[in-house]
Design a protein around this ligand. Structure first.
Ligand code: TMP
Length: 215
């Protein structure tokens, strides 16, 4: 059985994560790997219900703490029902966002205590750190322009200010600097073909070691 890997995609709105995830899933599949494409918040039926709750713009106030806990509630469900079983079966799990999104959005964007986020992460998935995290980085103005051009109604996050997304981008870049072995920064402002090339180059070492394990 080949060894699975847990790949996460991160970035601000409009970075093109979903498009890259779709393409990457097919590319890895073409290399003979079994790939599970998923996302956060969500990924399972129940976690997708939590996603709707946390993204909708309702009348009630949702504090940054409540938002953080909802993200981790969805994550715990996602881990138990999809991520861990898929990895145990030797699959490659490709998740559009994971805990770094909580660090960047709730920590960097909303000012939630990073130590509290790390404590929650340690309780929910002490056993699991992504094999590789692809940070799709681009200027905030460009990301928001792309995101707003393709969406109709905005959710609670998309309705935020440019300054909020600047803090998130800075938080992501700082996380990447702190863990250079896990993170790969991808220039997401580049043309699609160039983005794909960067992603393929970033994952080549893991692809190679997974093949080695199955030989
Ligand atoms: P999406 O844009 O990738 O579909 O994600 C939905 C929103 O959820 C996005 O604005 C980022 C936000 N989010 C957080 O704020 N914290 C998290 O932990 C996750 C996973 C997502």
């Amino acid at each position: 059985m080949s060894r699975g890997a847990f790949i996460t995609l991160e970035g601000i709105e409009g970075a093109g994560k979903s498009t890259v995830a779709q393409w990457l899933g097919e590319w890895l599949g073409a290399h003979g790997l079994i790939v599970r494409l998923t996302r956060e918040p969500g990924g399972t039926e129940l976690a997708e219900r939590v996603r709707r709750i946390v993204l909708e713009r309702g009348r009630e106030q949702v504090s940054a703490q409540a938002e953080t806990l909802l993200m981790f509630a969805a994550r715990a469900i996602h881990l138990d029902n999809l991520i861990r079983p898929a990895l145990a079966a030797g699959e490659w799990v490709l998740s559009d966002r994971f805990t770094d999104a909580t660090r960047a959005y709730q920590g960097g964007g909303r000012g939630v205590d990073p130590q509290w986020i790390d404590t929650l992460a340690a309780h929910v998935h002490a056993d699991l750190v992504p094999t590789c995290t692809l940070l799709l980085d681009l200027p905030v103005a460009l990301g928001l322009q792309r995101a707003r051009a393709r969406r109709g109604e905005t959710d609670r996050f998309e309705a935020e200010t440019e300054a909020f997304f600047e803090r998130i981008r800075a938080a992501y870049l700082s996380l990447a600097r702190c863990e250079p072995h896990r993170f790969r920064i991808i220039d997401a402002s580049a043309p699609v073909a160039a983005v794909r090339e960067q992603v393929a180059a970033a994952l080549a070492p893991w692809l190679e070691s997974s093949r080695g394990a199955s030989r």
